[in-house]
Design a protein around this ligand. Sequence first.
Ligand code: CO
Length: 137
Amino acid sequence: MKHATKIDHIAFAVKNLEESLHFYEAVLGLEVTHRETIEAEKIKVAFVRIGESFIELMEPTSEDSFVARSMKKHGQGFAHLCFATQSVDRIKDRIDEEGLMTLGDVREGAEGRRVLFLHPKDNAGVLTEFSEQAEDE
Ligand code: CO
């Protein structure tokens, strides 16, 4: 069975959300469909819809957030790839069965969705998120 149904979003770390949105809104003509401050991650995010997927832009709200620390090391740019999955618990079971490593446990991500992160070492350097949603969303 398929544990990933589509690419839900690709996330980029940015220094300034509003400046970075210019490219997507003014140049590409896309729309921001959701904004949120995620206190637990110390970031503010904006989601831009493109087809059935989204671009997530993440700006740290604190120097000690994961995103701020990783930007200090690697600069702005690619942060993670997120697959939609119908059950985060099922993909977590598969990850455990394969002996792969997660970053933390299942938690609440943007829009209150249940999410789980796979360590980048277990997907060729790509930090990989799974976001729970019905297949027809
Ligand atoms: Co994400």
